[in-house]
Design a protein around this ligand. Sequence first.
Ligand SMILES: Cc1ncc(COP(=O)(O)O)c(C=O)c1O
Length: 445
Amino acid sequence: METKLPHISTPLPGPEAQKILALDKQYVSPSYTRDYPLVAKRGEGAIVEDVDGNLFLDFAAGIAVVSTGHCHPDVVKVIQRQAATLIHMSGTDFYYPALAQLAEKLAQITPGKFPKRVAFGNSGTEAMEAAMKIARYHTGRHRFIAFLGAFHGRTLGSLSLTASKAVQRRGFGPLLSGVVHVPYANPYRCPQGHRAPECACDCICSDLIERQLFKTAVPPEDVAAIVVEPIQGEGGYVVPPPTFLDNLRRIADKYGILLIFDEVQCGMGRTGKMWACDHTGVAPDILVTAKGIASGLPLGVTVARAELMDWGPGAHASTFGGNPVACAAALETIRLLEEKYIDNAARQGDYLMGKLVDWPHKHRIVGQVRGRGLMIGIELVKSQETREPNPEARNRVIERAFQLGLLVLGCGESTIRLMPPLVIDREQADCAVEILDRCTSEAEK
Ligand SMILES: Cc1ncc(COP(=O)(O)O)c(C=O)c1O
């Protein structure tokens, strides 16, 4: 593929795509949410080619997964070499170099200068399950505090923490008991109704959690952990005020509660630093990440203070978790992120934000543009005054952008999320802005 820009040459979906869509419709679980009919064949950098030869600029990155771009040649080489040497052994029962080496690297690059240990799984949800089990096992407490709008996974433990969309929970109860949700610190939609644009949302920590929850429904000595996304992903790309994580850290320390950061979506360099929490200087007791860690191979990790993993052999493990090929891909991904792509995410993110920040003045259906690095949300509203969400316009923009060759996804009730691979250049950023500008103008007519 020579081009870095989209090129659509057939009606969408094209004839080959339609064959796959028919097959998919007959056999694949209808629980998947497909916003538009992209049938991918090949990917390179930030470009995806579909089965009919159409080229798309990918600002979705497989839901924030292909951090180093599609099929980065260095990552492909490492995967091929590892696959030809040892595909599987199981870290549950045996040793192999990549698992221990990756654990060492993760202990070095995660926040907090204390000894750490790493548990391996295959996905974000598994990594979160491990974090919940560590927290319960170590503290002997059973409750968790999580946030409205949070997404932590879809297995029954992590689903109990997830509170992003009702459809994700409907029909699956009863879920884990002991989980309570409080509002997330969203300065654009202050849960207390404050309208100052820079509302610090301190009311959530001091008033809601400490003064109300702990004195009425949730004894703090029953709480194993507070679980939070440093930037809320699925819930709408919400960046909390800078004091939010600090306040949670203070409460956790005061009551002997563990603080778990879910960096599954916002981690691995996406925000222009390795971890979203690096923007605040607050370190968690347990950090969970997945998605961008291995450029597309399945891997989820739970990095905890060493003393928290006081469980013994047999208490927790996974047959596939930390598979040698995935670990090798992760080591190479981290090398590339550290070498150049985290810096690129910061640079291109600033550039994109510079172009988008004014959109609430330019487009009357844009309520707010927010984000860090290459994690940017554009929230669409029916009225800037009432801030009523506008999911219909958001969906129209996403669908139309696809027709014009740009892949984006939604999040929250009416936000468009931009989460391209961290390899994009200025020309691609310009192209995405141009397409979105056109689609947004059309949607507000
Ligand atoms: C913040 C966050 N945590 C956890 C998960 C679950 O990850 P997975 O789909 O790999 O299980 C996701 C997935 O979108 C996520 O965004």
